[in-house]
Design a protein around this ligand. Structure first.
Ligand code: PXG
Length: 300
């Protein structure tokens, strides 16, 4: 049996209904054309969202970021935000998802061979409402080990990290290094050598009571969870500094944690084999995890 004939052990639930270009279809029928430029060139944009108690957390911000990503790659969104919102909720409902994870993808669409986006017709849109378990549950209590990666984050003038594009190879190469080192996540540095972000999460440190995180100008995704956590830090009247961070700042931090729609807020207790603080999730991190949990359940 040829490799591509073998059953996929990671196949999704066959009952899953996927929203594809205006229709809810069984996952087995939710196929993308091989001539879609999203497949051929990674030419597309996406969002990863979470829902809590049937409400999508910060949906407006996600749809705005999607629109900004699309605009940055000169892709005209094929439907307005209101329709996108309706489609997301319809997909959640069709799959009985209240607490879950939503993937929203817009590709350049089906076209002919050749890089030019003009060779593609109408953008394709699909929505998956399912679950995501990015990191093992126990790491949220014990803390996670991460490593520095040799893969430099995309230069902002090459492919801006602010574009959530369907080309994640920069991050995937870093993720492979993390896995080779036996950990789940890796820190990427930018072209100037400063800390940027992790492969799918933003990074925060705490030192002497000050919360620190790289600025957007470090060449990072403007994380929606990052924004929410900055608000929570301010509500606690803790000092927050968006500042360029070096490897040294990581090693001398009292606490470290990561944020992301999939990861939520997760403590980091070791970096490059070095313990962070006393190698336990710190008090500020634990407070912010509790505050975040409360926020996602409260917010409309
Ligand atoms: N940086 C990068 C590079 C990301 O991809 C974040 C930061 C966090 O941003 P938000 O807005 O989610 O707080 C992300 C988002 C996955 C997955 O499948 C990754 C993300 C989101 C959802 C799913 O690994 N990353």
């Amino acid at each position: 049996m040829a490799k591509f004939d073998q059953p996929n052990v990671h196949a999704p639930n066959p009952n899953l209904k996927v929203w594809l270009n205006g229709r809810l279809v069984p996952v087995g029928e939710a196929a993308i054309n091989v001539f879609d430029h999203g497949v051929l060139y990674g030419d597309g944009v996406f969002e990863g969202l979470r829902s809590y108690g049937g409400r999508v957390f910060r949906l407006k911000q996600h749809l705005q970021r999607l629109e900004d990503s699309a605009r940055a790659i000169r892709l005209v969104m094929p439907m307005p935000k209101e329709e996108m919102t309706e489609a997301i909720y319809r997909t959640m409902e069709a799959n009985g998802i209240r607490d879950g994870y939503i993937r929203l993808v817009v590709t350049r669409g089906v076209g002919t061979l050749g890089l030019s986006p003009n060779r593609a017709g109408c953008p394709s849109v699909f929505i998956i409402a399912s679950q995501i378990d990015l990191y093992p549950r126990e790491l949220y209590e014990k803390g996670m080990a991460i490593v520095s990666t040799s893969i430099v984050r995309n230069h902002p003038n090459a492919l801006s990290a602010r574009i959530k594009s369907c080309n994640y190879l920069n991050n995937i190469l870093a993720k492979i290094e993390a896995q080779d080192a036996g950990v789940h996540e890796a820190i990427m540095y930018n072209h100037c050598g400063y800390v940027a972000e992790c492969t799918g999460d933003n990074i925060f440190l705490v030192r002497n009571g000050v919360v620190q995180t790289p600025p957007i100008t470090a060449g990072i995704l403007e994380g929606i969870t990052r924004d929410a956590v900055i608000e929570l830090v301010r509500q606690r009247s803790l000092p927050i500094r968006e500042m360029d961070l070096t490897r040294h700042d990581l090693y001398v931090a009292d606490e470290c944690f990561l944020t992301g729609s999939a990861a939520e807020v997760i403590p980091v207790t070791s970096i490059d084999g070095r313990p962070i603080g006393n190698a336990q999730p710190g008090p500020v991190t634990l407070q912010l995890i509790a505050d975040f949990r409360e926020l996602v359940n409260r917010e409309e």
